[in-house]
Design a binder for this molecule. Structure first.
Ligand code: PT1
Length: 270
């Protein structure tokens, strides 16, 4: 990679999933999501990734109506209030369309536009599209993930999805790729993907990666989710040094500092 092309963006995670312990209803959720967004913007987030469907291992499905009610009001308010571009984390065509209509600039789909109507919905926008690899579905994906060569299989899958996108009228300039850490992968699979992340550069598209607080970090450090900051920073630093373009994280300020050190090393620009 030419040093002049080195730049890493930090994407802040904004989950808009209901708080079952709060009886304040949807207003409370919108309010607390906006407070969180405001903090991530102040910390220098380059993107806000807004999602209303949890896709972590074991998570249940959410209805279209529920997802729309969770994310659209938050996207509208973030777009109105902040200059930071917004990404919508969804697999549902209707949510993609309404989110972009509300001002979202990236469609981040952990199912890589494989749901019926998703390719067409994305093609009808001019948003960026992040295509992620997942083996199986969130509810069951960690049961027994198996691969021949995980890197080859992820790369072949992503190449096929890029082709499906370009066939549907989504130009390559709009596409980012994500290996999908923690999505139907054993701890060994995840670290092999991280070690060989450069192999995905052969597809010649920017990479987005998310390892923040994930169990692949807990399985090495033995720490619960609320004590994975240092491991998350290490993972972000490694991904940045291997040329990832966007790092999706919970802890924006800390990750910005970490990737700024990688950038200083890679470019010599201080
Ligand atoms: C991701 C990602 C995402 N991750 C993109 N979008 C999640 N593009 C949601 C665990 O093992 O990596 N890339 N949207 C969150 N998913 C997980 C998966 C959360 C695994 C936790 C784990 O702990």
């Amino acid at each position: 990679m030419p040093v002049s092309q080195f730049n890493v963006e930090v994407m802040g995670i904004l989950n808009v999933t209901p708080d079952s312990f709060s009886d304040g209803g949807k207003f409370n959720n919108i309010d607390s999501a906006l407070k969180q967004a405001e903090q991530m913007v102040a910390e220098g987030a380059d993107w806000l990734d807004i999602g209303g469907e949890s896709t972590r291992p074991g998570a249940p499905n959410v209805s279209e109506q529920e997802e729309l009610e969770r994310v659209i009001p938050v996207i509208e308010r973030c777009v109105a209030r902040f200059a930071t571009p917004v990404s919508i984390d969804t697999s549902k065509p209707k949510v993609m369309a309404e989110a972009v209509n509300a001002g979202a600039r990236m469609i981040n789909d952990v199912r890589a536009l494989q749901e019926p109507g998703a390719l067409e919905a994305a093609a009808a926008t001019n948003a960026l599209v992040c295509l992620m690899h997942m083996q199986g579905q969130p509810r069951t994906m960690q049961h027994k993930p198996e691969y021949g060569d995980v890197v080859v299989e992820v790369k072949d899958f992503l190449a096929a999805r890029v082709r499906a996108c370009t066939d549907a009228g989504i130009s390559r300039e709009r596409i980012l790729l994500d290996p999908g850490f923690g999505f139907g992968k054993s701890v060994r699979h995840n670290y092999e993907l991280l070690q060989r992340l450069q192999a995905l550069h052969e597809l010649e598209l920017p990479l987005l990666v998310g390892m923040s607080r994930k169990s692949m970090l807990g399985q090495v450090t033995g720490k619960p989710v609320e004590q994975r900051l240092a491991a998350s920073i290490a993972a972000a630093t490694l991904a940045a040094s291997k040329g990832a373009r966007i790092i999706r994280v919970h802890d924006v300020a800390e990750t910005k500092d970490a990737v700024s050190i990688v950038a200083a090393m890679m470019t010599g620009e201080l």
